[in-house]
Ligand binder design. Structure first.
Ligand code: ASP
Length: 309
């Protein structure tokens, strides 16, 4: 019987181990568990991998704990600009948005780009016009305000520096979110959503919404969602690289994912991790940072919710 499975991440930028309190750890784990179980339920009912990753990412976006949707970081202007992508491994259809504001669930907008437009990637004002045409309700700034995030931004707002959630800083505790899934028909999908980096400017866009860099799915190889130093993940075309290693070198999902995260991305100074599934329902979740908020579950009975190594 076809194994179905789902894996999710809440970013490779975790609190350094000494700063994690038992209470915080429990909060993270229950947010991960909720998204994992709801995504898994979709698969169990026989629905598509696309629907499962959308549901899991939606729930992670709604949690203030992660740097996506509600918990998005502040830009240099004190606003929130979000990016998201989704890809269907069966059809190779994909949708992505970047620099959107006020959208509660950017993953829904990315899915609408895939399903309701002729395009793959809409950015900034144009993406907002598209949302407006579809009658998206916009949330005000208050919805996205988070004291921790604000503090994180105030510390560097008057400088030229920007901050990734996985920078080696005491408060580097949040992250991008993503989900990958394999459904009962052996179709796979990936979705990723992020607020990007604190104090970002000039319309900076990371790897998360870029098909092939932070997000990719192809039934003949794998579905991948990345988290990490976006500039390096773009240069490494990381998600597609995992797929290429499987397709052209015959590596397994685990071998290909490990090769990219423990070798190829490190060689160009990138840090982070990824989650991946293949059409047999196998799961890989490597990372080269101290931790990565992650969880996985399969119809074979595997279940994991972890933060550190
Ligand atoms: N990769 C994301 C970006 O560069 C950040 C993250 O994974 O936390 O926008």
């Amino acid at each position: 019987m076809q194994t179905y499975s789902i894996a999710i991440h809440g970013g490779a930028g975790t609190l350094v181990k000494g700063m994690m309190t038992p209470e915080l750890e429990a909060n993270y784990k229950s947010a991960l568990k909720l998204a994992l179980n709801e995504g898994f339920k979709v698969l169990k009912k026989g629905h598509s991998a696309i629907d499962a990753v959308t549901e899991a990412v939606r729930l992670l976006e709604d949690s203030p704990l992660f740097n996506a949707g509600k918990g998005s970081v502040f830009t240099a202007e004190g606003t929130h600009e979000m990016d998201a992508a989704i890809m269907d491994g069966k059809t190779l259809n994909a949708g992505a948005v970047s620099l959107v504001t006020g959208i509660k669930n950017p993953v829904h907008l990315a899915k609408d780009v895939m399903e309701k437009s002729e395009h793959v990637f809409l950015a900034g004002e144009g993406a907002m016009q598209f949302a407006n045409q579809l009658k998206y309700k916009l949330e005000d700034a208050e919805y996205f305000h988070d004291d921790f995030r604000h503090q994180q931004w105030l510390e560097i707002r008057d400088t030229d520096s920007f901050q990734l959630d996985h920078s080696v800083k005491k408060d580097s505790k949040f992250g991008t979110v993503g989900a990958v899934a394999c459904d009962q028909n052996g179709s796979i999908a990936a979705a990723t959503s992020t607020g990007g980096m604190t104090n970002k400017k000039w319309g900076r866009v990371g790897d998360s919404p870029m098909i092939g860099a932070g997000n990719y799915a192809n039934n003949s190889t794998c579905a991948v969602s990345c988290t990490g130093s976006g500039e390096f993940f773009i240069r490494g075309v990381v998600a597609y690289d995992v797929s290429c290693l499987m397709e052209h070198k015959g590596l397994s999902l685990e071998e290909a994912s490990n090769e990219v995260i423990y070798k190829r991305i490190l060689e160009i100074n990138g840090d982070g991790g990824l989650i991946a599934v293949d059409a047999q329902g196998n799961i890989a979740m490597p990372f080269n940072t101290e931790g990565m908020y992650r969880a996985s579950k399969s119809s074979d009975g595997i279940e994991e919710v972890s933060i550190y190594k």
